[in-house]
Design a protein around this ligand. Structure first.
Ligand code: SAM
Length: 245
């Protein structure tokens, strides 16, 4: 009871709740967290100290860097997992994490953009490669996501799709908002084919209980693809909007 109340008090503040969600995504330093949240370092440090004292985060040193991460085994662990899985919009946080990772890797030409995978604000045939990494299992219409990726690929461009093979971990639906419990090679191949892509044999990275699969497919050189524009002209706009929502 004591621990739970301390944990609840600690996260009952917007910045601290965001810090918990961010640290659940990876190990981050104070300066990275400061950069992501756009707040001063002393302020972020004060919040981090409180979260550590409440047993929600761990602080650990590696060389001259100090990292913060979610405490793995603590009485408040179940609460933290629920908070992280709750309907908190994480996409902006994920983009901020991606920016930090790009910077860490020195990839200065990398740009990060917020967008909807069903309707990318990107021109037709404008990319050499599209990677959809551990995102498709959130989709209620995976075939539409693949078709939209195909739309922005140039002729000969490659789609790389990384997700899970079929599994039966139902808790991923309840606790992590997964909609699909993995994908069969045959259905991915079918969706790729329908989108004008030639699927290559899949690579299975066997794991227990989750097997990760890497599917690749190449956009036909000559095929005339259905583009988002085609769909819009075939279906009245209002219906299209409803479909997308
Ligand atoms: C498990 S994360 C993977 C993030 C990243 N691809 C990676 O591998 O680190 C799943 C991501 O899917 C994103 N996502 C879910 N639905 C989406 C949608 N309709 N459009 C764009 N992104 C979406 C979430 O915002 C989240 O960042």
């Amino acid at each position: 009871m004591e621990h739970l109340l301390a944990a609840l008090r600690a996260v009952a503040e917007p910045t601290r709740l965001r810090l918990v969600v961010l640290c659940a995504r990876g190990e981050l330093t104070v300066s990275e967290l400061t950069q992501i949240l756009g707040q001063s370092q002393p302020r972020v440090s004060r919040h981090l100290k409180l979260l550590c004292e409440a047993g929600l985060l761990d602080r650990f040193r590696e060389g001259s860097w100090v990292f913060y991460r979610l405490r793995q085994s603590s009485p408040a662990g179940a609460l933290t997992r629920q908070l992280v899985a709750a309907c908190i919009d994480q996409s902006r946080e994920m983009l901020a994490v991606a920016r930090v990772n790009l910077e860490r890797a020195g990839l200065e030409n990398g740009l990060v953009r917020l967008g909807d995978m069903y309707r990318l604000a990107l021109a037709d045939a404008s990319f050499d490669a599209v990677v959809i990494h551990q995102v498709l299992h959130y989709a209620d219409r995976p075939a539409a996501v693949i078709a939209e990726a195909a739309r922005v690929l140039r002729s000969g461009g490659i789609l790389v799709l990384v997700d899970f093979a079929p599994h039966s971990l139902e808790f991923l639906r309840d606790e992590h908002a997964h909609r699909r419990l993995g994908f069969a090679d045959s259905e991915v191949a079918e969706w790729c084919g329908a989108a004008g892509l030639d699927p290559a044999p899949a690579h299975h990275l066997a794991g227990d209980p989750l097997t990760v699969v890497i599917w690749t497919a190449q956009r036909h050189a000559a095929a005339r693809l259905r583009t988002a524009g085609d769909v819009r002209t075939e279906i009245p706009d209002a219906v299209f909007e409803r479909e997308l929502r």
